[in-house]
Design a protein around this ligand. Structure first.
Ligand code: ATP
Length: 457
C-alpha cells in the first residue's frame, strides 16, 4: 500500500539522492525555487507527456496537436487580459518587508477560496479578519503584482522591444484557431492540445516542484457549440479523473473542488479545480474551466481577424465557438505521482522504500543485474540487456551487492529486476524479481521478450 504519510523532507531527499530532481544551479549556491530534473525525473516527465499526448492527441479523431512559440506578439497578452489582470494580490510585512500572497493568507485563515476576488474585496477581508504577517507584524494594503516575466528583443537599448515569456500555453492555441481549423478540416466539437513551458513570476513559490517560476503545462482547448458545453465539460471531468488513475495518482487523495460562482474568473462560467492532498495541504493539481467564447471573441476584436466557425450544415450560420479548457501541469503531475507511489515497509527488520510506479510511468521498467562482475557473467548479461533495451526502458547495474542493487531499484520504482547468475551460463535462464511482491521466478532468456511484453504493455 502507498504511504499517505510521506513527508516532503523524505520525498525531496529521495529525489535528490536517486537523481529525480536536483536543486537548480547548486554549485553556485542555487537559485531560489528552481529545480533541475535528473536522469530519472527527466525520463518520468517524458513518460507523462508522451502518455498524455498519446491519449489526448494520437488516439482521438477529434483532437490535434500544436507546438506554439514561447515568445508572442505582446498584443496577444493585451487581448487575453493578462497585461491588465494576470496578477496576484500582494501584501508587505511593514517591519521585515517580506511579501506575501494576500489571497493565500486569507485562504489559510478561513479555509475559503478567494479565487477571482477584487483587490477591494481582499482588502476588506484582511481588515475584517485583522490579519497579520506570519511574523506577527502589520501588513500593507494589498497591491496587484503582474506575474508575467518581461524581457526584451533587440541589440541596443533604444531599439529594444518588450516581450513576455508566456504565462500559459493556451493563447497560442487561440491565435492559431483559424490556421488549425483551415488546415485540419476538423468540425465541432474538436480540440487542440499543446505541451510546453510557461513562466510566472510567482511571489511565493515553494513546496519543491509544486510552485515554480518555470514549469510545463499540458493544455487543451476543446471547441464546442454553446448549447453543448455542459455535456462536454462532464466528459472532460471523467477523462481527467480516469487519466489521473491510469498514471498512478491516488484516487483517494484526489478531490474535485467546484469553484463557487463568486470566485470564478471573469471569463469562466464554471471551473473545477482537481485538488490533491499534498503533505503541505490540499491544493490545486489541475484545472478545468468553461471559458465561454471569451478568448476567441477578444482576439477577433483586438486583431480584426475573423475567428468565426462556419457551420458545415448551414453555411450562413457563423459562430464563435465556446471552449472547455483542461489545464494540467507536468511538474505537479510528477509530484502527485511520486507522492502516490511512495511506500515504506519493514522487511527483516530493515525499512524498504518502494516507489510503486505504474510500469509505463516508471523511469526504468527492467534492471538487468549480473550477480558479479566476472567476465563470463557479463558475456551473458550484456546481450540480455541489449535485447531488452530495444523494447523496454532498461537499466544495467553491476556494482555492489545484489541486495543493495535490489534496494536501489525499489527506490527508483523499477517493476522488474533480471538477475543473471552462474546457473544462467548453463541453463540459459534468469531470475526475475517482482518489485512489489519480491517474488522470484525463473524464466528462459529466449522467453523474456514475450514475458515482459505481457507484463509491461
Ligand atoms: P495556482 O492557483 O496554484 O497558482 P492556477 O490556478 O494559477 O494555479 P492555472 O493558471 O489554472 O493555475 O494553470 C494550470 C495548471 O498549471 C495548474 O493546475 C498547475 O498544474 C500548473 N501550474 C500553474 N502555476 C504553476 C507553477 N507556478 N508551478 C508549477 N505548476 C503550475
Amino acid at each position: 500500500m502507498a504511504d499517505t504519510n510521506v513527508t516532503m523532507e523524505k520525498l525531496t531527499a529521495l529525489a535528490k539522492k536517486r537523481g529525480f530532481v536536483y536543486p537548480g544551479s547548486a554549485i553556485y549556491g542555487g537559485l531560489a525555487n528552481s529545480w533541475d530534473y535528473g536522469p530519472l525525473g527527466a525520463q518520468m516527465r517524458m513518460n507523462i507527456k508522451r502518455d498524455w499526448w498519446k491519449q489526448v492527441i494520437e488516439s482521438r479523431a477529434d483532437m490535434v496537436g500544436l507546438d506554439g512559440a514561447i515568445l508572442m506578439n505582446p498584443k496577444v497578452w493585451e487581448a487575453s487580459g493578462h497585461v491588465a489582470g494576470f496578477s496576484d494580490p500582494l501584501v508587505e510585512d511593514m517591519e521585515t518587508h517580506k511579501r506575501y500572497r494576500a489571497d493565500h493568507l486569507i485562504e489559510e485563515a478561513t479555509g475559503e477560496s478567494v479565487d477571482g476576488w477584487s483587490l477591494e474585496k481582499i482588502a476588506a477581508k484582511l481588515a475584517e479578519l485583522g490579519l497579520q504577517s506570519p511574523d506577527g507584524n502589520s501588513l500593507s494594503a494589498p497591491k496587484s503584482f503582474n506575474l508575467m516575466f518581461e524581457t526584451a528583443i533587440g541589440k541596443t537599448e533604444d531599439s529594444k522591444e518588450s516581450v513576455y515569456l508566456r504565462p500559459e500555453t493556451a493563447q497560442a492555441i487561440f491565435v492559431n484557431f483559424k490556421n488549425v481549423l483551415n488546415t485540419s478540416r476538423k468540425r465541432l466539437p474538436f480540440g487542440i492540445g499543446q505541451i510546453g513551458k510557461a513562466f510566472r513570476n510567482e511571489i511565493t513559490p515553494g513546496n519543491f516542484i509544486f510552485r515554480t517560476l518555470e514549469f510545463e503545462q499540458m493544455e487543451i482547448e476543446y471547441f464546442v457549440e454553446e448549447e453543448d458545453w455542459e455535456k462536454q465539460f462532464e466528459a472532460w471531468v471523467g477523462w481527467m479523473e480516469g487519466w489521473a488513475e491510469s498514471v498512478g495518482i491516488d484516487k483517494a487523495r484526489l478531490h474535485r473542488l467546484e469553484v463557487p460562482d463568486e470566485s470564478l474568473a471573469h471569463y469562466s462560467k464554471r471551473t473545477i479545480d482537481f485538488e490533491f492532498e499534498f503533505p503541505f495541504g490540499t491544493k490545486e493539481l489541475w484545472g478545468l474551466a468553461y471559458r465561454t467564447s471569451f478568448d476567441l471573441t477578444n482576439h477577433e476584436t483586438a486583431s480584426g481577424e475573423n475567428m468565426k466557425y462556419t457551420d458545415p450544415n448551414d453555411g450562413a450560420r457563423k459562430i464563435i465557438p465556446h471552449v472547455i479548457e483542461p489545464s494540467m501541469g507536468v511538474d505537479r503531475t510528477l509530484l502527485a505521482i511520486m507522492l502516490s507511489a511512495y511506500s515504506e515497509e519493514e522487511v527483516n527488520g530493515d525499512t524498504r522504500i518502494v516507489m510503486r510506479f505504474k510500469p509505463h510511468m516508471a523511469p526504468y521498467q527492467i534492471a538487468v543485474l549480473p550477480l558479479s562482475k566476472k567476465p563470463e557473467l557479463q558475456e551473458v548479461a550484456r546481450p540480455v540487456f541489449e535485447a531488452l533495451a530495444t523494447k523496454f526502458r532498461t537499466d544495467y547495474d553491476q556494482t555492489q551487492s545484489i541486495g543493495k542493487r535490489y534496494r536501489r531499484q525499489d527506490e527508483i520504482g523499477t517493476p522488474y529486476c533480471v538477475t543473471v547468475d552462474f546457473e544462467t551460463v548453463e541453463d540459459k535462464a534468469v531470475t526475475i524479481r517482482d518489485r512489489d511482491t519480491m517474488e522470484q521466478v525463473r524464466v528462459r532468456i529466449a522467453d523474456l521478450d514475450t514475458w515482459f511484453a505481457e507484463k509491461l504493455v
